[in-house]
Design a protein around this ligand. Structure first.
Ligand SMILES: [Zn+2]
Length: 93
């Protein structure tokens, strides 16, 4: 599955405005990651794994009362994001 540039490549949340973007060391906006995941050139939670991000998205979507199948689908999308490329093979469907 292919994604537009407008979702964070770490947590899959939509990036709609510059405000939503993470920041680079030099002070510019990150084109790949959102502000919750990426600040001043590095990930805010550097030790996080794809599995943990998957679970976090699932919990968040469930909290937001998305239907279960949709929450699972969104969470599964985490595995195709750029940040987790190396961990893709670990995805369990
Ligand atoms: Zn993010």
């Amino acid at each position: 599955m292919k994604f537009s540039k407008a979702v964070c490549q770490s947590c899959a949340s939509p990036i709609l405005r510059d405000y939503d973007k993470g920041t680079e060391k030099g002070g510019g906006h990150s084109e790949a990651y959102c502000r919750r995941c990426y600040q001043v050139g590095s990930f805010t939670d550097i030790k996080m794994t794809a599995r943990e991000m998957h679970d976090r998205v699932l919990v968040k979507m469930t909290e937001l009362k998305f239907p279960r199948y949709l929450a699972k689908l969104m969470a599964q999308n985490v595995y195709v994001l750029k940040r987790w490329e190396a961990e893709k093979s670990l995805a369990v469907v």
